[in-house]
Ligand binder design. Structure first.
Ligand code: SDX
Length: 435
């Protein structure tokens, strides 16, 4: 028995076995239970993966108790203050911050891949104008696998690198196209002379035939700075539901564009990335500060399915550092883009009220990244049904980084969980006498 093992005893069979305790560079150690069934004839049962590590990864680390978030070891606060989304995408994908020359080359390559095939652009015509942009994102991203499949050799690191670059580069173009289709506007193509976030804002909002004004007049630098910040904050987050979806789909060797489409599907849920859109709907439903107690009571009522959207997190049990940064950014953005909609004041009051309530204190429910992000998107005139699409653009950097990491590891195995079977033991087909 050593400090680096855990002994598990099956009292039903009186058999016990020692299992290795795996330690990362930091964080909670994990018991390597791969041989548990063989050794002790039992499975583990952990449906929400509350205590299960699915892989080893060097990309992102979260300390939920201390509110720490590191991308390749760099604190999110430092990256949010000093970096850009494209530089963070490079960091997540490559493991190191780029030199000036590397960043220029990476930025150029992103711009070169930002166009989508004209045939792909026509795919949007199959959607009704009122299709949710996330439905279009899932469909069009999945369709991208049709354009990059036959000659894609996933054993070739360069093929994998280019696939990852294409997805990071094309996601804003596909996202903006989803919006333009839903409002019936002609598509705007990406430009080679605009920064990533500027390009996105231009594709989203520039009007046909509009006299192009110098970008500093046309696309406000505060808006570009806020977008870069939100994309940095949303870029990666360990093995969250959508990243785990991309990893599980990729473990079968499936086309990476199709695997990222699966990730987009998972992110859409209101328990995950769909929460930012749900927060705005919730704030609109609450309406005024005097109605906050009624909705707090609903959130606490076990018989009421209502949850305080933008609150709570599987990992953060004190505060989500991203929410802290986003709240601070709200002040700056709303100063530049004032709104007569009292959303921010309502959100601040709701947070203050909830954080004084025993239920939220006892269950360690704090605002998460989605609680304030929608307020900024709304101030930037991003439509609410595009909020989760914004999350997709940012998280694509994380998804492809995890894909690159897992595909470069030798001995990858297909993910195939087991179960506890609760159905009928054995029935005889011929015994059905009422046929
Ligand atoms: C994201 O995983 C990630 O890293 C995700 C993410 C990322 O960057 O990828 O951070 C992005 O998805 C942020 C989370 C966005 N979702 C929401 O804001 C939706 C509202 N939040 C909840 O649905 C919930 O808090 C989750 C989904 C975020 C976390 O769910 P858990 O960890 O499974 O927690 P739980 O549902 O087991 O809740 C524990 C208790 C329960 O009460 P009891 O059964 O113990 O009595 O807390 C309660 C819950 O009812 N609870 C809430 C609540 N969240 C949890 N009660 C009211 N309102 C809430 N928001």
């Amino acid at each position: 028995m050593t400090k680096d093992t855990v002994t598990i005893r099956n009292n039903a069979t009186d058999k016990e076995t020692e299992f290795s305790l795996l330690r990362g560079s930091v964080g909670t150690p994990a018991v390597d239970i791969g041989s548990l069934n063989k050794e002790l004839g039992v499975f583990t049962f952990d449906p929400g993966f509350m205590s299960t590590a699915s892989c080893k990864s060097a990309i992102t680390y979260i300390d939920g108790e201390k509110g720490i978030l590191l991308y390749r070891g760099y604190p999110i606060e430092q990256l949010a203050k000093n970096s850009s989304f494209v530089e963070v995408a490079y960091l997540l994908m490559n493991g190191e911050l780029p030199s000036e020359v590397e960043l220029l080359s990476f930025t150029d390559e992103i711009n070169q891949h930002s166009m989508i095939h004209e045939s792909l652009r026509i795919f949007f015509n199959g959607f009704h104008y009122d299709a949710h942009p996330m439905a279009m994102m899932v469909g069009v991203m999945g369709s991208l696998s049709a354009f990059y499949h036959s000659e894609l050799d996933m054993s070739d690191p360069e093929h994998r690198r280019i696939s990852a670059m294409r997805m990071v580069a094309k996601m804003p173009t596909i996202a903006a196209a989803s919006h333009r289709h839903s409002v019936g506007w002609p598509f705007v193509y990406p430009r080679q002379d605009l920064e990533y976030c500027e390009n996105f804002m231009n594709m989203m909002f520039s009007l046909p035939g509009q006299k192009y004004i110098d970008k500093n007049n046309y696309i406000d630098p505060i808006a570009v700075k806020a977008l870069n910040l939100l994309f940095i904050l949303h870029a990666d987050h360990e093995q969250n539901a959508s990243t785990s979806t991309v990893r599980l789909a990729s473990s079968t060797g499936a086309n990476p564009y199709a695997c990222v489409a699966a990730g987009i599907s998972a992110l859409w849920g209101p328990a995950h990335g769909g929460a930012n859109e749900a927060v705005l709907s919730m704030l609109a439903e609450i309406g005024t500060v005097d109605r906050i107690p009624k909705f707090i009571a609903k959130a606490k009522d076990k018989n009421d399915p209502f949850r305080l959207m933008g609150f709570g997190h599987r990992v953060y049990k004190n505060f989500d550092p991203r929410a802290t940064i986003t709240r601070e950014t709200c002040y700056e953005v709303l100063e530049k883009f004032p709104s007569d909609d009292p959303l921010f004041e309502l959100a601040i009051a709701l947070e203050e009220y909830a954080l004084k309530d025993d239920y939220f204190i006892e269950k360690k429910l704090y605002p998460n990244v989605d609680f304030y992000s929608g307020i900024i998107y709304k101030a930037l005139k991003i439509p609410e049904d595009m909020f989760t699409v914004m999350f997709v653009i940012a998280r694509t950097a994380g998804w492809v980084s995890h894909w690159l990491e897992m595909m470069s590891e030798p001995g990858q195995r297909i993910g195939r969980p087991r179960q506890i079977y609760t159905g009928y033991k054995n029935r005889d087909y011929s015994s059905i006498d009422n046929r």
